[in-house]
Write a protein that binds this ligand. Structure first.
Ligand SMILES: *Cc1c(COP(=O)(O)O)cnc(C)c1O
Length: 386
């Protein structure tokens, strides 16, 4: 058997072949809904672009390769990918998930699938006994997100996989924050990896897309059936953009990690900063788990300015100049967010404060600019507090 390429080569070559028609090195954007047939049912592998499209297939092959999986599926958004996984379930089935889940995932669970008869239990997955207690005879899916948003908690994927195994329970991991550069959930025992490809995989804040990767053929067939039957596929142009993003994933992630390290250290040493949440700190509560399952710690950081209230945090967010105040993350440019007024505004204050999302918490997606400019920007914004 041929030795597989290393990760940093698979981002570029994984599952990719020169185009069959003219040998184009980059996969062409097959912006077509349908494909000519020579005779009814006789075609060259593609009939209709919901069922399959060569540009989407190139992306799906790449996704499977970088996540160490066998089968990739590309969707119109991260939530469309999740929606497809949940459609594997039926009324009466139960799901165990983290209590500090991405807000859109929580809404999909509670507002769309709970009314259809699926039960959800949300637990603090940093504590394995809580997961074990929540698992019952009807549990069919465990949904993990790690690192979590915005508190940067780390969940031990391998330990959760051992709880799920032998019980006919699927383990799905939302790998959006870590990306396969830092963490490969299928190798740690997960059955399904999910991505909001909108974030680091796309990497340039110019596309909304989602992904699933699995190893099991039967599971892949069931997911493909749902993808085609429900139809939330990734279009050819968007597939091309994500594929183009993936080719630089490793170099971008390396810089995100370096800049993240510098920004985290700067904030932690700053006299006007109360608390910094970043899994790379040795005294982060799950630092050892992070070290074991991730190759580095990424560029997502949350922090609380000292003695700050809601208005102070808003003022700091408004005065940043290099960081752009915006939802989302994972692009080349640095973004800042104020969860209490933005991503987590719909969660009642008491509930969000229980998981640490206080009025003054700010979240950074550290981009790949010169770290000195990022540090300087934070310094000038924090000086408003002094
Ligand atoms: C953005 C995000 C999603 C949802 O993905 P969309 O592409 O916006 O549908 C899911 N999980 C996480 C962790 C995210 O950051």
């Amino acid at each position: 058997m041929k030795k597989p390429l290393h990760f940093n080569s698979r981002t570029i070559h994984g599952g990719q072949h020169p185009d069959k028609a003219y040998g184009a090195v980059m996969p062409p954007i097959y912006q077509t809904s349908t494909f000519a047939q020579e005779s009814p049912g006789v075609h060259r592998g593609f009939e209709y672009s919901r069922s399959g499209n060569p540009t989407r297939q190139a992306l799906e092959n790449s996704l499977a390769s970088i996540e160490n999986g066998e089968y990739g599926l590309a969707f119109s958004s991260g939530l469309a990918a999740m929606d497809t996984v949940l459609k594997l379930l039926g009324p009466g089935d139960e799901v165990v998930s983290t209590h500090d889940l991405y807000g859109g995932s929580y809404r999909l669970f509670r507002r769309v699938f709970e009314p259809l008869g699926i039960r959800f239990r949300f637990v603090d997955m940093q504590h394995l006994p809580r997961i074990e207690e929540a698992i019952g005879p009807k549990t069919r899916l465990i949904w993990v997100e790690t690192p979590t948003n915005p508190m940067m908690n780390i969940i031990d994927i391998r330990a959760v996989a051992s709880l799920a195994s032998g019980r006919n329970i699927l383990l799905a991991v939302d790998n959006t924050f870590a990306t396969p550069y830092l963490q490969q959930p299928l190798d740690l025992g997960a059955d399904i990896v999910m991505h909001s490809a909108t974030k680091y995989l796309g990497g340039h804040s110019d596309v909304v897309a989602g992904a699933l990767v699995v190893r099991d053929k039967d599971l892949a067939d069931r997911l493909y059936f749902l993808q085609n039957a429900s139809g939330a596929i990734c279009g050819p142009m968007d597939s091309y953009l994500v594929l183009r993003g993936i080719k630089t994933l490793h170099v971008r992630m390396q810089r995100h990690c370096e800049n993240g390290r510098e920004v985290a250290a700067f904030l932690r040493a700053h006299p006007l900063v109360e608390k910094v949440y970043w899994p790379g700190f040795e005294d982060h509560p799950n630092h050892q788990v992070a070290r074991a399952q991730m190759s580095d710690f990424g560029g997502m950081i949350s922090f609380v300015p000292k003695g700050a209230d809601y208005q102070d945090a808003v003022r700091i967010a408004e005065s940043l100049r290099v960081f752009t105040l915006a939802e989302s993350l994972g692009g080349v440019e640095s973004l800042a967010g104020h969860p209490a007024s933005m991503t987590h505004a719909s969660i009642p204050r008491e509930e969000r404060e229980k998981s640490g999302v206080t009025d003054a918490l700010l979240r950074l997606s550290v981009g790949i600019e010169d770290a000195r400019d990022l540090v300087e920007d934070l310094r000038q914004a924090l000086s408003l507090l002094g």
